[in-house]
Design a protein. Structure first.
Length: 137
């Protein structure tokens, strides 16, 4: 069988403050974040936690008109997206678009943690924002 979405790559959690989120999740998970990164074109500051094979990404808005700021304003802090690892992001984008899903970007974008990313609109995915992630070589 040819796997399309290989595994959950990470869970993205919107937070008002990375510093407070890092403190909270360090206490919950028992490990500090292994990486912090700013993704200017997305207007976010991120941090990543590794727990066994699983990763958690915290996302803080850099400015009031970033997608994370708008999300928090509308829904509050919490689960923002589920990211899936893929081997060929363009192939998956084409496949999912042909299945009728609306992609939020027509080309893969550079994302955090050395990934190419694309998002699927939550209106067509049962209300969950889905991110496709491919490791950059």
């Amino acid at each position: 069988m040819n796997l399309r979405l290989n595994k959950i790559e990470h869970l993205g959690i919107a937070v008002k403050s990375i510093d407070e989120g890092n403190s909270l999740y360090t206490k919950i998970l028992g490990v500090p974040p292994y990486k912090e990164e700013v993704v200017e074109h997305e207007g976010v500051r991120t941090s990543f936690f590794q727990v066994g094979p699983n990763k958690i990404e915290l996302l803080e808005a850099l400015h009031s008109n970033s997608p994370i700021a708008k999300y928090i304003e509308k829904r509050g802090e919490g689960l923002h997206h589920v990211a899936y690892a893929v081997d060929d992001i363009r192939d998956e984008m084409n496949r999912l678009e042909s299945e009728g899903f609306h992609l939020l970007n027509s080309e893969p974008k550079l994302g955090a943690d050395n990934k190419l990313v694309c998002f699927l609109h939550p209106k067509e995915t049962g209300g969950t924002l889905i991110e496709l992630c491919q490791e950059r070589s």
